[in-house]
Design a protein around this ligand. Structure first.
Ligand code: FAD
Length: 298
């Protein structure tokens, strides 16, 4: 089912993101997580893709299993910088045949040790080129999502730049966007406001990262430029070696964050699960009565 069409009908979207595990044990655990989260009737789930193309087969396998065996609506992430044009088309043809309807079109991070990195000849340097490639070769066969950054992508010098290139992706045919994680909703509200003023009309789904390991999240946040509020740092740092307390504070924080987002009319919530279900289940349980109508047949 195409996510863009679901969102157009005004259905509130709830979605979960997973990464393709490296081991059989990891995959077993992931499918346990997916079984737990399936009970929440997600609008879609998504599976990440390694920027260097390293997860090509694993991403495909997990996407196929979720689609065929679990029966959930799936969005496959696809990063373009490591692939040539023909490779990208081949990957997309395969998803087309498999019956996958949704692609998150991404650039991927440029390898840190190779700032002069260029994609293979004829490949895509930015995500906008991948969006164009999909629309030129597959028309409306897929609903296409793109990433957006309420605090700005680390390579963007300012928000004007950020909006300019986000808008390019939308003009090229993206139907919706999912944001980078953020912990201060005011960045999201300001970003959506800037989008509206710039004529960007696609739904921007906030990406929520439940904190279960504060050290890990501090590292992620500094890499992607997400600000962690000082008040949260002060609560987390004294307990960062006590996982249960970290998760308790993280879940309480995410519940408040989601309540505020819902009351401000967001089009959905996308949870970065890190392949674990417990924190997301606890958050959803607390907010479920606030979540607007989610009937896909409505
Ligand atoms: P782009 O939209 O191409 O933007 C990258 C930077 O280039 C921005 O600063 C932008 O302003 C700038 N830019 C764009 N076009 C131009 C232009 N024409 N000229 C100059 N500058 C330009 N990474 C993975 O490896 N795998 C995943 O599965 C994955 N999933 C993600 C899911 C979400 C929801 C999000 C938010 C991010 C995800 N990422 C993933 C991370 C993403 O790949 C990185 O943030 C990457 O550095 C940028 O990707 P992008 O698609 O946003 O790139």
């Amino acid at each position: 089912m195409k996510i863009g069409e679901i969102l157009k009908r005004g259905v509130f979207s709830v979605s979960f993101e997973f990464f393709p595990p490296k081991t059989e044990e990891g995959e077993r655990q992931l499918f346990e997580t997916i079984t737990d989260l399936k009970k929440l009737k997600p609008t879609f789930v998504s599976v990440t893709y390694g920027a260097g193309g390293s997860t090509r087969d694993r991403t495909r396998r997990v996407v196929k299993r979720i689609h065929e065996d679990v029966g959930l609506n799936v969005m496959a992430h696809l990063t373009c910088i490591a692939h040539g044009r023909e490779d990208l088309i081949e990957i997309l043809r395969d998803y087309d045949k498999m019956g996958i309807d949704n692609i998150l079109a991404l650039r991927g991070d440029v390898p840190r040790d190779r700032p002069d990195f260029r994609p293979p000849e004829g490949g895509c340097r930015y995500a906008v080129e991948l969006v164009r490639l999909i629309r030129e070769n597959f028309g409306d066969r897929f609903s296409v999502g793109v990433a957006s950054y309420p605090e700005g992508h680390p390579e963007s010098p300012n928000m004007e730049w950020e909006i300019r290139f986000f808008k390019e992706k939308v003009m090229a045919g993206a139907d919706f966007s999912i944001t980078q994680m953020f912990f201060d909703n005011s960045y999201y509200y300001e970003f959506v406001d800037l989008c509206q003023k710039s004529g960007i009309e696609v739904p921007v789904i906030p990406g929520i990262m439940p904190i279960t390991n504060f050290r890990q999240i501090k590292k992620f946040a500094s890499l992607c430029g997400a600000t962690i509020p000082q008040s949260l740092i002060e609560k987390m740092e004294p307990v960062e070696d006590r996982p249960e307390e970290v998760e308790k504070i993280g879940v309480e924080f995410a519940i408040k964050q989601c309540e505020d987002l819902i009351s401000n009319g967001v089009p959905g919530l996308h949870f970065y699960t890190l392949n674990r279900s417990r924190a997301t289940l606890r958050i959803y349980e607390a907010i479920k009565d606030l979540v607007p109508v989610r009937d896909l047949s409505a």
